[in-house]
Structure formats: structure tokens, C-alpha cells
Design a protein around this ligand. Structure first.
Ligand SMILES: [Ca+2]
Length: 626
């Protein structure tokens, strides 16, 4: 590829689109930035309205600092509007799409995709989430702790143990620690000190187990968490602090003790019998991954659809006062509505979306999906997913030799070596290119959670790499989130996995890391470039990756060195980044770096990550520390 071509760029930000949230039938301006001296014969916008391609010749507009802005008008006549650009140059015909510039024919999946009539979630770009697993965060009311009890349905026994006491928990013997909603309310000062302003609450509905994905009533808060009153009280306290929260729901299955299932089992003629997948003899039923305690819900039933996502259904109920949730995290979003011949996932997810947005247009709807989820991320289904595939899995594979397994498979895949840097770049770019940029900005990005080991555990306590990973989390497109306890240096523990009891004795906390994370949270919340700016890989080699976020003339650079040694000072071309002259200061550091005539002079890069802020921006470390 001719070198100038990498500097021909378009991103779906306000720098390159006159409206990033256009209405249906709106006409907008589309812009491409290319070097002034690029040997372009013409530049074409290629669209495909109603299935037939259309070319629009772009015009040269302003020239700024050595770059020409090429522009044209685009009328948006569909819900999803794919487009790319054709660079007709002295060096042949090339294509610019969301994956970059290339000569081979573009794939539809990698076209830029612009949505019309998308419900913007205005509070989301300024949000940093904090995930809480209620049983393990804080016990605010010991009077509601689960008593020693054997379940009449499953025969399992549950008991409450003292905070942090490691007990082997199993399906037969379920260990509780008494955490509840009052405990969360009591510790909101801690969350505010950290700076997070959104909470993702793991399930709170009435259930039997400590994770509560075995729902027994979708319309009540578990009494062992304090019941509905405790949630109402928590919500009032959250609102007073200008904090948001989302609830966790599993519509894929319910608990074997749910009255729907009990009734269905007793009465084959009941409405509820159609909510499940029984075999012909009615002895067996389909359950999640074969776990008998979690019978799979059957969305062939119209009545079930009504109860889950009808106007008066579960999804709508909790978004309204007095609970007033700000959104939903949907468990098992990858399997929802799917069972062999029944493939209703599109229908179910769209139904959920319609109800959620009709009830509360600003609600945030995201789902668990451990796998490639691009088909669910085209604007008509989820606002985002828990971004394992597009964010954390590639990053962790680059930092640490990856391993993988599957539920029900005894084997283990384990690599001896971390990924090559080029694989990380390609994986991130492919996943970003596959979805509209406005959706990428809504992805729920995470490094740790209740289903995976904590990042500090995976990285074996490597402080430098843990910090590098968190720098990426807070500068990558999407919504950053922290799993409770990560901020004070928690690691997985025997008998708990990642679901450890949060220690409240501050003497045990990793105070330096807490301080580090506070500053990252603060930076992310006040920096528009990190919330909305374009994402662009600028340079990579064996152990080094450099990318930028760019918006309205502001630039944030990331340099990531994963090797054991420092990387020598080096010069990087910044023409493709749109930077001719600039002065950068290291966030949380003392160093600076200069760009002159399109060359970035980087000092020696020690092992780890660095964030570089354009010094003429308003985000100097002085302000952050104030
Ligand atoms: Ca309690």
C-alpha cells in the first residue's frame, strides 16, 4: 500500500459525520481526511440503498495543516446504512472501510454502518460501572441472613458463614455470607470515592442459591437481600448521589423451584406447561447446559413472552418507579430463545428491546455473550454486550498465554505463548469493524467479573501488567467497568473463585492501586475524547502497541510495552493520526513527548503502559489531582 494511503481516514465521530445520531431520511455530511498532496484522481462514497450500489463523488473542501477534507452529502433511508469509500489514485483503486485501507474487495461486514433513529443513551458516555455480587460485597443487616435450611424442591442445604470464611460450596451445599442491599447502601461513600457512577447488580430476585440465577419470582427482591424495601431505599440513595444502576436478569431459564415450573410439572394442560421443553413422557425437560435446577424457558409460548417482555412484563416492571432501574444486563444472551428447531433469538431480543425502550428510552440494555456477537449488535437488539470477544479476550491473550475450555468438556486448551501483537490488532479491529461505531461506544468492557478469574489472578499479580490492562480498559471504545474489589487489589481465593468477600479492613487494601484507579476513573469521566473519540492503531511491533483516540483536534495516545525490558526511544510517523505538531505529557508520569513535522519522538518506554495527553488539552495531571 502506498504510504500516504494510511493517512486517508474516516471515523464515525463528529469530526467526520455532521450528525452521529441521524434521524431516518435525514441528509448528513460525510467527510474523509487525506493528505493534501495525495495523488487522488477522485474519491467516491459507495453506498448500497435497497441492495443496489450507488457512487457519490466527493468534493475537496477545506485544507487544514496539510490535510484535505473531502465531503459529500448522504441521505439515510434505511435503519442500518452501510458505506465505504473508494480511493481512485495514481496507485490504483483502493477501498477504505471500517477495517482500514485495502485493495481486495470489501466485505459487507466490515463496511462503516450508520444507524438512523438510534435511541441515544445520554448518560452512558460519562459512566464508569462497578459490578457487585450482592452476597459477597457487604452484610448490612445480619437479621436477613439465610438460615440453615434444606430446600424442599432441590434438596440442597444452605447456610450462612462468617465473612470471608472459605467453605467448599457446591450444588448440594450452598454457602452464603449474608451480603445484602443495605450493605451496598452503607458503602456508597467508597464507590463515590473511587468515582464510579453506575452499578451493575448481579441478580437480586427471589431465588434459592447465592448467585440467584435460579429465579423463583421475577417480581420480588429476595428477602435475604432485604426485599423490595431495601432496593427502594438503595435506589433513593443512588439517585441522591447521581448514580445509576442496572439489574441482572436471566430470561433464558428460571429456577426449578419457580411456581411456573412447579405448576407445569403438575398440570400438563396448564398455560405454564408451554413455558418449558418437556419430553413426550414428561419425565425430562431441557435445562441450561444440563443443569436440572435451571429449566430452559420456551419462548414459543406467547403467554411467556407477555410475562417476560410484554408491556406489564418483568423487563418493564423494574424500569418504573419506585425501582426505576436504568437498564438491564441479560444473562446468557447467546442462548436466549434458541433450542434446536426453535430459533427465536432475534424475535425475543427485539421484543425485549422494544419494551425496554418504550418504557424508558434512556435505559441501557446489554447482554452476556462470551462469543462473537456482531449479529446481535446491529442496532435492533442489544445496546452492547459484555465485551469479552472484542476487548478483553484478545488483550489478555496478548498479555498472557491464553487457555480455553468449554462447559461439559474435561479437556483444556492451553497455549505456551501469548499472542503476537498483530493478532491483537487484527482481532480488535475485526470486532470493531463488524458493528456500528455508535454500538461500539456502548459495549460493556470488563477485565474481571463473577464468571471469570480476576485480572490480577490471571496476570499472577504482575502489578505493571495489571495497570497496563486497566489503562487499556479506560481508553478503549466502550463503557469501562470494575468488578468489586479489583480496585483494592483482590485476587481469586480458594472456595470463592472471583466471588470473594470484600474485605472492609482498609489496612488490607492495595492503597496505591486504589489511588491509581481513582485517577483513571476521573480521567475517563471528564475526557470527551475517551468517551467519543475515534480509535486508531498507529504502530505495533513485537512487544509494543501504540494507539490513539482522537476528537475535535484533541489526541490521547497509548503506548503499551508488554516485554520484560524497556524499549529504546523511537520515532513514529503520525501523519495518519492527523498530528503534525503537538506536545504530549504522560498522565500519572513526569515525561513528555513531542511531535514535529508529523514525527512523534518517544522517549525510552519502560515495561508497562503509558497514557499521553495532548498538553494543550485541559486534562493535565494538575487538574486530575485537584
Ligand atoms: Ca444480611
Amino acid at each position: 500500500m502506498p504510504s500516504w494511503m494510511a493517512s486517508a481516514v474516516h471515523f464515525q465521530t463528529s469530526d467526520f459525520l455532521s450528525n452521529t445520531y441521524p434521524k431516518f431520511d435525514e441528509e448528513i455530511e460525510v467527510r474523509v481526511r487525506a493528505p493534501e498532496n495525495a495523488p487522488l484522481k477522485q474519491l467516491i462514497l459507495r453506498t448500497i440503498p435497497n441492495g443496489e450500489q450507488q457512487f457519490t463523488t466527493m468534493q475537496k473542501s477545506t485544507v487544514i495543516d496539510g490535510y484535505t477534507l473531502w465531503i459529500c452529502r448522504l441521505r439515510l433511508r434505511e435503519a442500518v446504512n452501510p458505506y465505504y469509500f473508494i480511493l481512485d489514485s495514481e496507485s490504483g483503486i483502493w477501498y477504505l472501510d471500517a477495517f482500514g485501507v485495502h485493495q481486495d474487495l470489501p466485505l459487507n461486514s466490515q463496511a462503516f454502518k450508520l444507524l438512523t433513529d438510534q435511541e441515544e443513551i445520554p448518560w452512558l458516555p460519562g459512566s464508569v460501572f462497578y459490578q457487585i455480587f450482592p452476597d459477597r460485597f457487604a452484610n448490612g443487616d445480619s437479621s436477613n441472613d439465610p438460615i440453615d435450611e434444606t430446600d424442599g424442591v432441590t434438596g440442597s442445604f444452605r447456610s450462612t458463614y462468617s465473612w470471608g470464611q472459605g467453605v467448599a460450596s457446591s450444588r448440594e451445599h450452598i454457602a452464603f455470607y449474608g451480603g445484602d442491599l443495605k450493605g451496598i447502601q452503607d458503602h456508597l461513600d467508597h464507590l463515590q470515592e473511587l468515582g464510579v457512577n453506575g452499578i451493575y447488580l448481579n441478580p437480586v430476585f427471589s431465588a434459592w442459591t447465592n448467585h440467584r440465577y435460579d429465579v423463583r419470582d421475577y417480581f420480588s427482591v429476595d428477602s435475604t437481600l432485604g426485599g423490595d424495601e431495601a432496593l427502594i431505599s438503595l435506589v433513593q440513595n443512588l439517585k441522591a448521589r447521581d448514580m445509576r444502576y442496572v439489574l441482572d436478569i436471566v430470561p433464558n431459564h428460571c429456577g426449578v423451584g419457580h411456581p411456573w415450573f412447579l405448576k407445569a410439572r403438575l398440570d400438563p394442560d396448564s398455560e405454564e406447561a408451554g413455558f418449558f421443553y418437556f419430553d413426550e413422557k414428561r419425565e425430562n425437560y431441557v435445562s441450561w447446559m444440563g443443569f436440572r435446577a435451571l429449566p430452559k424457558l420456551n419462548f414459543r409460548s406467547q403467554e411467556l413472552r407477555e410475562r417476560i417482555f410484554g408491556q406489564e412484563g418483568v423487563f418493564s416492571y423494574w424500569l418504573k418507579p419506585p425501582f426505576d432501574a436504568d437498564g438491564w444486563r441479560v444473562d446468557v444472551g447467546n442462548m436466549l430463545g434458541r433450542q434446536d428447531a426453535d430459533q427465536f433469538s432475534d424475535l425475543v431480543i427485539r421484543g425485549i428491546r422494544q419494551t425496554v425502550k418504550a418504557t424508558k428510552p434512556e435505559a441501557y440494555l446489554f447482554a452476556e455473550n462470551f462469543y462473537e456477537a456482531a449479529s446481535q449488535l446491529q442496532g435492533d437488539q442489544w445496546d452492547g454486550v459484555m465485551n469479552y470477544m472484542g476487548f478483553s479476550a484478545p488483550l489478555m491473550a496478548w498479555l498472557k498465554a491464553p487457555s480455553a475450555g468449554a462447559i461439559g468438556w474435561k479437556g483444556q486448551l492451553h497455549s505456551n505463548a501469548p499472542w503476537q501483537t498483530g493478532s491483537l490488532v487484527k482481532s480488535w479491529m475485526q470486532h470493531l469493524a463488524a458493528i456500528p461505531w455508535s454500538i461500539a461506544l456502548q459495549q460493556y468492557n470488563l477485565l474481571s467479573g463473577h464468571d471469570t478469574p480476576r485480572v490480577r489472578t490471571i496476570l499472577e499479580g504482575d502489578e505493571t501488567l495489571v495497570r497496563l490492562a486497566y489503562m487499556v480498559l479506560f481508553t478503549f471504545p466502550g463503557v469501562p467497568s470494575i468488578f468489586y474489589g479489583d480496585e483494592i487489589g483482590l485476587v481469586d481465593q480458594e472456595n470463592f473463585g472471583s466471588r470473594v468477600c470484600m474485605p472492609w479492613d482498609k489496612a488490607t487494601w492495595h492503597q496505591d492501586f486504589f489511588s491509581f484507579l481513582k485517577q483513571l476513573v476521573n480521567l475517563r469521566k471528564r475526557n470527551d475524547t475517551l468517551a467519543h473519540g475515534a480509535f486508531q492503531i498507529l504502530y505495533w511491533e513485537d512487544d509494543l502497541l501504540i494507539y490513539q483516540r482522537e476528537l475535535a483536534g484533541d489526541h490521547v495516545l497509548l503506548t503499551l510495552n508488554r516485554s520484560d525490558a524497556a524499549i529504546d526511544a523511537k520515532n513514529i510517523f503520525t501523519s495518519e493520526a492527523g498530528i503534525r505538531t503537538a506536545y504530549f505529557r504522560e498522565f500519572l508520569g513526569e515525561r513528555s513527548a513531542q511531535v514535529q513535522n508529523g514525527i512523534l519522538y518517544l522517549p525510552e518506554l519502560p515495561r508497562g503502559g503509558s497514557i499521553w495527553l495532548a498538553a494543550d488539552g485541559s486534562y493535565t495531571s494538575d487538574i486530575i489531582e485537584s
